[in-house]
Write a new protein. Structure first.
Length: 523
């Protein structure tokens, strides 16, 4: 059942394939077993799929570190969702970090270069996932299965596995075009050992992802029949909604009616309901919530990592905070929010909005006078390693809190925005959806006159803060480089940055390795 926190797919997997240590798509992923016998065992197919899912949840072949998938960077830094979160949140008004690790303050200030280690690692993560999926698909063709005398019942199971793998590849390609723009499009049909892949346009990859999701959607299980943490039809629908909402950015043409259609399909499926208590969505038993559509599961005993929500729980605790209150052994004194973000809540930290009640103010200054001083900027322990009943997670270092990649509230807000941008639907329904979220937050309902696109952008920030959406939202609204907040551009007051920074640069190492790649303008 979806409400049970099953860890069998990721945590108990035999990790068949070792890390490639690079993103060279001309090199077949290295196997720790022989190709002659690996797929004689039916469990191998499930284990291979588990490794693909695990690429988003762990960093290598053993936890919390060791035999890393990605080389050339501290293994904890190389975690998929940690990298994604940093690239989506640190360059925005929602987050600052106090650390001085190489490249991290470049993210805070929007002054990165193509040699930034975090950008390089994220690019590597995207293509590590792509390479794994491609190899899985090569090993599960009808011809391969027939040659191994695979039973018809197992073939049907593998058909679903292939759909899940293709969803995960589509997800990574979405992250790739969102962050980097034009990148290589490499599928299972690419010949390993051939010439380096060519660079596809952002629009070409956008169209490919949309085609893939529409092709596999009915092959995925329904939301009520899927094992927790795995892809469902609803997850594919949510990803399509995200793509269509940003189609003007990715492909140069608005597709708001399609975005509204997909968001509405999730809402009307009745498979998901809003969590009554907002804060319960980010606690150690959030797997029980019927609001979560797709998560990256984390378990203190079985999926130990220095990335993921280990990073989010620990890095947001410090100063006068007692780590034990948050189910942790210690805080890392890192993450806070800017004063500009706090000001999105009427009344600031004293706002009646329950979403602002998470802010920790004792000893903290609202103004970020010094990026590297944890006491500057309000602390914001949104993700915690305690349960909704107040019990601590199973491990004080590695939390049980899952990372919510897609949840129902986002579908509500996508419907609203798509409607306001001319995508159809009704204004009455849009107002109902917004006010459902605001009622949960005790933020007060709004009137029809208050429902504007600018309001929706602010409401997305209030509802979805620190969930990895802010940069994409600001880019879609044309505010990522033109907006001003603390330390943007390297100044305390903040300043506008060059428009080309709406895209990250392709990593310098990739340009050297593949002569077919052309750097994004401005870098």
């Amino acid at each position: 059942m979806r409400t049970l926190k099953s860890r069998t797919l990721i945590a108990a997997a035999v990790l068949i394939f070792a890390g490639t240590g690079c993103t060279d798509l001309l090199v077949e992923p290295k196997s720790s077993v022989t190709g002659a016998n690996v797929f004689n065992d039916v469990a191998s197919y499930r284990s291979f799929l588990a490794k693909i899912y695990g690429g988003m949840a762990v960093t290598g072949q053993q936890g919390p570190a060791g035999r890393a998938d990605i080389q050339g960077i501290d293994e904890g830094f190389s975690h998929y969702t940690r990298l994604l979160w940093q690239m989506q949140e640190l360059p925005t008004d929602e987050a600052v970090i106090a650390w001085n690790d190489a490249g991290v303050q470049e993210l805070n200030t929007q002054l990165w270069s193509s040699s930034n280690q975090f950008l390089g690692a994220m690019y590597s993560r995207v293509f590590f996932q792509v390479a794994m999926v491609n190899e899985f698909l090569r090993e599960t063709t009808d011809a391969k299965l027939n040659s191994r005398n695979v039973s018809e019942s197992l073939k049907a199971t593998i058909k679903q596995f292939r759909a899940e793998a293709r969803f995960l590849r589509a997800l990574s390609y979405w992250h790739g075009i969102d962050l980097f723009g034009a990148i290589p499009l490499v599928t299972e049909d690419f010949t390993i050992g051939a010439t380096p892949p060519t660079q596809s346009t952002r629009a070409e990859i956008f169209n490919y992802i949309v085609g893939e999701l529409n092709a596999i959607r009915t092959e995925l299980p329904s939301a009520g029949a899927v094992e927790y943490g795995r892809a469902s039809q609803a997850a594919a629908t949510m990803l399509l909604a995200k793509l269509y909402l940003n189609a003007a950015v990715y492909a140069g043409a608005e597709q708001y009616s399609q975005a509204l259609r997909e968001a509405e399909a999730v809402i009307n499926s009745n498979a998901f309901t809003l969590e009554a208590n907002y804060r319960h969505l980010f606690l150690a038993d959030n797997h029980r919530s019927r609001e979560l559509i797709f998560t990256v599961p984390q378990d203190g005993e079985n999926t130990q990592t220095w990335g993921g929500t280990t990073f989010l729980t620990h890095a947001s605790v410090g100063g006068n905070m007692n780590a034990d209150d948050f189910g942790l052994d210690f805080g890392w004194w890192g993450l806070r929010v800017t004063q500009q973000f706090v000001n999105l809540f009427p009344g600031g930290p004293a706002s009646a909005d329950r979403r602002a009640s998470i802010f920790f103010t004792n000893g903290q200054n609202i103004e970020v006078s010094n990026l590297t001083n944890f006491f500057d900027g309000l602390a914001a322990p949104k993700f915690q390693n305690v349960t909704s009943t107040g019990r601590k997670g199973s491990h004080p270092t590695f939390p049980d809190t899952d990372y919510p990649m897609f949840r129902l509230a986002d579908a509500y807000l996508m419907y609203v925005e798509a409607h306001l941008r001319g995508g159809g639907g009704t204004r009455q329904r849009a107002l109902e959806l917004v006010n459902a979220l605001r009622t949960r937050a005790a933020a007060g309902t709004i009137t029809d006159a208050q429902l504007t696109l600018n309001f929706v952008l602010d409401e997305r920030a209030r509802e979805l803060w620190w969930e990895g959406h802010r940069r994409t939202d600001l880019v879609r609204y044309g505010r990522f480089t033109s907006g001003i907040w603390a330390w943007k551009g390297g100044t305390r007051a903040g300043r506008e940055t060059d428009a080309f920074r709406a895209l990250y640069p392709l990593p310098a190492t990739e340009l050297l390795a593949n002569p077919n790649l052309k750097q994004n303008p401005g870098y």
